[in-house]
Design a protein around this ligand. Structure first.
Ligand code: C2O
Length: 584
């Protein structure tokens, strides 16, 4: 085990742009297994059909052999008549998009140019792996090329589906209600039900495909098939500021519609607490990452998002990264006074080149979670349900060919031909220090109510509520916030703490922090309120606070945005279902 010193910027980065400087965290000893940050070698073998095969041996830390999603061991539940994966949209039914903040139709057309020639996409054989670099570490040559590629994209004819604004509109069309679920697929529900790719298990796959084609288009425009998009490394203190190349006003990477946070030194606030102290922000951010990637998820859906099928109401529930750090970055970059534009609102997010850099890191989180989190920490990492694997989307590829892609073909980034530069993962062992003293509920403090008495509850102030555990004694349990009614037209965020009577809610770097719910305004159902729920795993927190033997716990809900867009139907603790064994 090598101890990781992540402050300040390393001197080895010859092209290091202005390095953010942070004070050292208080009494936190970071350790990272050296094997995690080492380079991995990728062997590409060619079999008799000359289809290259990626050997993942060096990548599969703690996962046993075979990989997660290798084609050979992928078990797909057989298709049955009730299978209803979300179908790719029908282009000529693409309609008006809606801005829910104002309730008005968006006066731009988000729909792509029409084509009725759809090809089922096959990922081409990989002969050379593209390496996506950390945006804070790239060379001036890289920045020059990237800038040129985006500039050329902006100069393509307006009706070319690969044009910069057409690409931005992809996000608008899939997220602000322009696409409807396909006719004939629905039994019962409104056939005009919108297709929504956020707040469910489609989140990671949709954005992965989106970036995949975006990257290929840029590569084609500069005639460099190895071009790889950069990632905004906001999960590492060295990357917790806006990557400098996006701040150059003369660059094609610049966007003027950003908040006052877009200064070279502002540290991202993944907790959206409004905290200003950079040290506190860094420790909050690392705690949040540890929580989203490891501590807070009960099962695979806790990370990926809840199930969503054709005919389901949209927004069944986002996964931990989506509703947390991902949403926070959108919000933090967007301009609050201008309806969140560009980054803070789905219909405009893709107009800021920083959006793609942000999402490459979100995509990287999926890969890290699949392959770098040891299976003793997160045992259940795959969804084998046909309704997930066979869900499909439409994109235009680098040749302006309309293609249909499926979730099952995007589960492995190496198979798709790209990898990420290896960067230390300082959050990997950032479990909050145990907090036993004072962790018991102080009964004398009569501030709390019993859960049974106050729900449903409009969350417009800090609320404390006592929730009974399933049983006394050591327990493996999950907190469920159920029947949450969420106004999808609002920016929303709240945090959840356990046995925390301290009113300093800016500090998230403590054992008592259990999780977060945040969302950006988007189009959901015809009705702008949706029902959703989240599950937060309590087991590790019980150990960190030594309260596994108590018979009830005190939950504190801290809204960060006070306009009452969330009503919580109820809170309960359930026993954690046993973790699924990976399929044999
Ligand atoms: Cu489609 Cu970050 O959102």
């Amino acid at each position: 085990m090598a101890s990781l010193n992540y402050f300040p910027c390393t001197a080895t980065l010859s092209h290091s742009p202005s390095c953010p400087t942070f004070p050292k965290p208080r009494s936190r000893h970071l350790q990272i297994s050296s094997s995690i940050s080492e380079n991995k070698n990728i062997d590409i073998e060619t079999n008799s059909n000359s289809q290259p095969k990626v050997d993942r041996r060096n990548m599969l830390l703690g996962l046993g052999s075979g990989g997660l999603y290798g084609a050979a061991n992928l078990v797909i539940n057989p298709r049955d008549s009730s299978a209803t994966p979300v179908q790719a949209p029908v282009l000529d039914r693409c309609g008006k998009a809606t801005d829910l903040n104002s309730g008005k139709d968006i006066d731009i057309n988000c729909c792509p140019p029409f084509s009725d020639r759809i090809v089922d996409y096959r990922v081409p054989p990989v002969f050379q792996m593209k390496m996506r670099p950390s945006a804070h570490r790239v060379s001036p040559e890289y920045i020059f090329k990237y800038n040129m590629a985006i500039d050329r994209m902006k100069r393509l004819p307006k009706d070319d589906p690969r044009n910069f604004f057409q690409q931005a509109n992809i996000h608008c069309a899939y997220c602000n209600g322009a696409y409807k679920l396909q006719e004939g697929q629905l039994e019962g529900p409104d056939p005009t039900e919108v297709l929504q790719v956020h707040n469910s298990w489609l989140f990671f796959p949709f954005h992965r495909w989106y970036l995949y084609f975006y990257e290929r288009i840029l590569g084609k425009l500069i005639d460099d098939p190895t071009f790889a998009l950069p990632f905004w490394n906001w999960d590492n203190p060295k990357g917790m500021t806006i990557p400098p190349m996006f701040l150059d006003e003369k660059s094609a990477l610049y966007d003027k519609k950003r908040s006052k946070n877009s200064t070279p030194s502002a540290v991202v606030d993944l907790g959206l607490t409004g905290e200003k102290d950079p040290l506190q922000l860094v420790t909050n951010n690392l705690t949040i990452m540890y929580n989203e990637m490891i501590r807070g998820n009960q099962d695979v859906y806790g990370f990926m998002g809840k199930e969503y099928r054709q005919g389901d109401a949209p927004d069944p529930g986002p996964g931990s990264v989506e509703r947390g750090s991902h949403t926070a970055i959108h919000w933090w970059v967007g301009e609050p006074d201008k309806n969140g534009e560009d980054m803070g609102n789905f219909y405009t997010a893709g107009r800021d080149p920083l959006f793609y850099c942000h999402h490459v890191n979100v995509d990287r989180m999926w890969t890290l979670w699949q392959y770098f989190i040891p299976s003793n920490k997160v045992p259940d990492k795959r969804i084998t349900n046909f309704d997930f694997l066979d869900a499909s989307f439409l994109f235009y590829d680098e040749n302006a060919q309309l293609v249909r892609v499926r979730v099952k073909d995007c589960l492995d980034n190496l198979g798709m031909g790209y990898d990420f530069e290896r960067i230390d993962l300082p959050w990997l062992d950032y479990r909050p220090p145990s907090q036993t003293a004072g962790a018991k509920i102080r009964r004398t403090n009569a501030i709390s109510k019993l859960a049974a008495t106050i729900f449903p509850l409009k969350l417009d102030q800090i609320v404390r509520v006592v929730v009974k555990k399933t049983k006394k004694g050591k327990a493996d349990e999950v907190l469920v916030l159920e029947d949450m009614e969420v106004d999808t037209s609002k920016l929303l965020k709240f945090d959840v703490f356990v046995n925390d009577e301290d009113d300093n809610s800016f500090e998230l770097d403590k054992a008592a922090y259990l999780g977060t719910y945040a969302q950006l305004p988007h189009k959901s159902a015809t009705n702008k309120t949706v029902k959703t729920s989240i599950n937060l795993k309590l087991t590790d927190l019980y150990n960190d606070m030594d309260i596994a033997d108590d018979d009830s716990i005190l939950i504190t809900l801290v809204p960060r945005n006070q306009d009452g867009g969330v009503t919580i139907g109820g809170i309960k603790i359930i026993e954690a279902p046993p973790a699924k064994k990976p399929d044999a």
